[in-house]
Design a protein around this ligand. Structure first.
Ligand code: BES
Ligand code: ZN
Ligand code: ZN
Length: 482
């Protein structure tokens, strides 16, 4: 694993280095007080017009046979959280650095936001899922990155949090027949081993049946793996302070059930437990950062498979909360698992706030693309604090509406309500949220639809290589730290 260290006395020419420069810095190089040899080389480079510090520019210098990679960040004003992380990723993945073992990084600034950006660019940006690739070893040579700044507690925290992000990516990226319900159960147990102040309940099939979490059970009917509802209560503050519940959708694979997904939609459905995985990553962070809040971590696990024992379109199922639900499409399974998980937690633990993370609807990325997750809420203050954390962490959110009349779409002629709303998939993101809304009662609640952000398809995007992104871990960890 990549080690990150901090050293304010870092010097060029000791190890191969990367130096980040903005356009403004290049315009007055002298003020940077670089070592004369380096200063001269970069000055020459700029004078020869081969480097202007435009964003994306990378130029290798060899001084005394040691590499200095000069990387442009563009104009100061235009450097964003995202662009900085992208620049760091690009620099570290450039072929000039292949074979480098220890690398020094000289950031363009030394404020906390910049250093954390560099840390995330290194850790999150260079993450690649390579478990099943034989030829990976020769690429894996960078062992240590030394950032030229004084060490600080928050930088260590930042490394921990990024570790949590990559932990989630590992869970999501592996096969669904590896990361199944009992695997996830074992992960929770492993995270909690030897930790005081955490109480965990693991509900298996028998108990779920007895207690009547029939929606969760219905979704899992055709799976060979057992269903699970797992609840870890972490007490970081006094018992009487508020409890916040974080609920994750954990569909280990979403084939769609008998409303089977078509080719083209099914291939990445290992990602349908990304909400649950994020909850695990947040739990890992909360433990390592010793966060002083009372938190209930909730994970509902099922597999939406096909077979003669599968639940059927048209079935009416009685939820844990008592309401009967007409299943209009078995591919709308996430809301069913979440409804039972949420109402179980509301009834038995009475948290004052609930947030859920779910790869819930394909309509969410249709509306917002892949860089923003959808936020829906019944509480403006609660919603706004999330929007703030989103800005700070670069786990981006955009709020979508919830309103009274949405619930008319959930009226059923067969049952108390149906599982999907408006016809032809119109508004299915807010309609799914309204379905969940029916189970949260008066509790302040934020719903995060991460269907578009949890997984980077194609060539990857922003500073995420192909596969899982760990969306929500930085966001929620920041929210809980606040
Ligand atoms: N897991 C999917 C949503 C999804 C789509 C996640 C793309 C990640 C990427 C969810 O269970 C689903 O299939 N939702 C349906 C709901 C519809 C039947 C109302 C959808 O979005 O098509
Ligand atoms: Zn589905
Ligand atoms: Zn799903």
């Amino acid at each position: 694993m990549l080690k990150i260290q901090f050293d304010p006395k870092s010097r060029f020419l000791k190890n191969p280095s990367v130096i980040f420069l903005t356009k403004n810095q290049v315009a007055s190089l002298r003020s940077l007080k670089l070592e004369p040899l380096i200063h001269d080389q970069i000055t020459r480079l700029v004078k020869s017009k081969r480097f202007s510090a435009a964003n994306g520019e990378i130029f290798p210098l060899f001084i005394n046979q040691i590499l200095i990679l000069v990387v442009g960040l563009g104009e100061d004003k235009k450097i964003s959280k995202t662009s900085l992380r992208v620049s760091v990723k690009q620099a570290l993945e450039s072929s000039y650095l292949s074979g480098v073992d220890v690398l020094n990084i000289f950031p363009h600034a030394k404020d906390d936001e910049t250093i954390c950006g560099v840390i995330e660019g290194v850790q999150i940006g260079t993450y690649k899922w390579q478990k099943y690739i034989h030829a990976k070893k020769d690429k894996e040579n960078l062992s240590t990155v030394i950032i030229a700044c004084a060490p600080k507690k928050i930088y260590d925290d930042c490394c921990q949090i990024a570790d949590g992000v990559n932990y989630v990516r590992d869970l999501v990226n592996d096969n669904s027949n590896v990361v199944h319900s009992t695997y996830i159960e074992n992960e929770i147990k492993r995270l909690l081993r030897g930790k005081a102040g955490i109480h965990v309940d693991i509900l298996g099939e028998k108990v779920l049946k007895k207690k009547g979490l029939n929606l969760l059970l219905a979704v899992n009917s055709a799976s060979k793996y057992p269903p699970r509802l797992m609840i870890a209560r972490y007490q970081g503050a006094s018992k009487n302070s508020e409890w916040i519940a974080i609920v994750g959708k954990g569909i280990t694979f979403d084939a769609g059930g008998l409303s089977l997904k078509p080719t083209g939609s099914i291939e990445t459905m290992r990602c349908d437990m990304a909400g649950a995985a994020a909850v695990l990553g947040i739990l890992k962070n909360v433990i390592s950062l010793k966060i002083k809040k009372n938190i209930i971590f909730v994970i509902g696990i099922a597999e939406n498979a096909i077979g003669s024992s599968a639940y059927k379109p048209g079935d009416v199922v009685k939820s844990y909360a008592g309401k009967t639900v007409e299943i209009t499409n078995t591919d709308a399974e996430g809301r069913l698992v979440l409804a039972d998980a949420i109402s179980y937690v509301v009834k038995n633990f009475k948290p004052s706030k609930i947030v859920d993370l779910a790869t819930l609807t394909g309509a969410c990325p249709v509306a917002l693309g892949n860089d923003y997750a959808g936020l829906m809420s019944n509480d403006d203050d609660f919603a706004n604090s999330f929007l703030k954390s989103a800005e700070k962490t670069d786990d981006r959110l955009w709020r979508l509406p919830l309103y009274e009349e949405l619930k008319t779409h959930l009226k059923s002629q067969y049952a108390d309500m149906k599982s999907t709303g408006m016809p032809r998939g119109i508004g299915s993101t807010i309609s799914a949220a309204e379905f969940l809304h029916q189970f949260v009662g008066d509790t302040a609640w934020v719903h995060l639809d991460i269907a578009g952000t949890a997984f980077a398809d194609g060539q990857g995007r922003l500073y995420f290589n192909y596969g899982a992104t760990g969306f929500g871990v930085r966001l929620l960890t920041h929210f809980l730290q606040g």
